[in-house]
Design a protein around this ligand. Sequence first.
Ligand code: IPE
Ligand code: IPE
Ligand code: MG
Length: 237
Amino acid sequence: MDDLFNNDALPVHVGIIMDGNGRWAKKRNLLRTNGHTEGLKRAKEIAKAASDIGLKFLTFYVFSTENWKRTEQEVGFLMNLIHSYLLKEFDFCKYNNVRVRMLGDKSRLPENVRKDINQIEKDTENLTGLTICLAINYGGRDEIIRGVKKLIAEGKTESEISEESISKSFDVPELPDVDLLIRTGGEKRLSNFLMWHSAYAELLFSDTLWPDYYKEEFFKDIGEFQKRSRRFGAVPV
Ligand code: IPE
Ligand code: IPE
Ligand code: MG
C-alpha cells in the first residue's frame, strides 16, 4: 500500500459519510437493510485500516438527525445493527488500542443503544491509539445548538464566546477539525455532517457505493488528499 499514500503526512482527522447502502442493495435486488449489513463490514475494514496506518481520528456518519424520517422498519433495523455491533467490538478496540466516542444527541436513542455506547466509551476511555467517533443521531447544527445552550447554562458571558469555547462545548471537545471529508455514494453534499469541524476540510466525493468501498480506495483517497494544496486563506509563499 506504500505507493498509494505517504505515511508521514497523514491527515489527523478523517470524516466519512458512508452513503449508498440502499442503492447497493437495490442493484442486487436485495432489501435496503442488506445494504446496511454489508456496509457495516466496510466500516470495520476501514476502521482496522485506519488504526493500522496510525491515523489519530476517524469519524463515521452512522445515523443523522434527519434519518428518523425513514420507515420505522429501517430505523429499527439500524438501531439493532448498532446494538449488536457495539457489544462485540470491545476486543477489537482493546487489541488495536482504539478509543470509541459518540457524537450526537443520546437522549433520543433507544435505551439499549444508549447503554452500549456508554459502556464502550467507558471501556475504551484510556486507550491511546485511533479515536473512532460514531456520529449517531448526529446533526452538525444540532451539535452547535446543544453546545451553545451548554455555554449559556454555564453562565458564560459574551466575551467568553469564542471559537475555542464553542469547540470545547461539543460532544467530543478534543475532536480536531476535519482534514479530509470523504463521501461515498455519488451525492455531492454534506447532509449536516460536522458542519463546524469541516470549515476547512478537503472534500472528496466518490461514486463508489459504501458497501463497495474497500481499504485500497481509502488509501488512494488519502493519497489524493496529500496532493491538495491547503492554504487556509493565505497566499502561499
Ligand atoms: C447510508 O446509506 C447509510 C445511512 C444513511 C444509515 P443510505 O441508506 O442512505 O443508502 P442510499 O443513499 O439510499 O443508497
Ligand atoms: C447521510 O446520508 C447520512 C448518513 C450517511 C448517516 P443520507 O442518505 O441520509 O443523506 P441525503 O438524504 O442523501 O442527504
Ligand atoms: Mg443515502
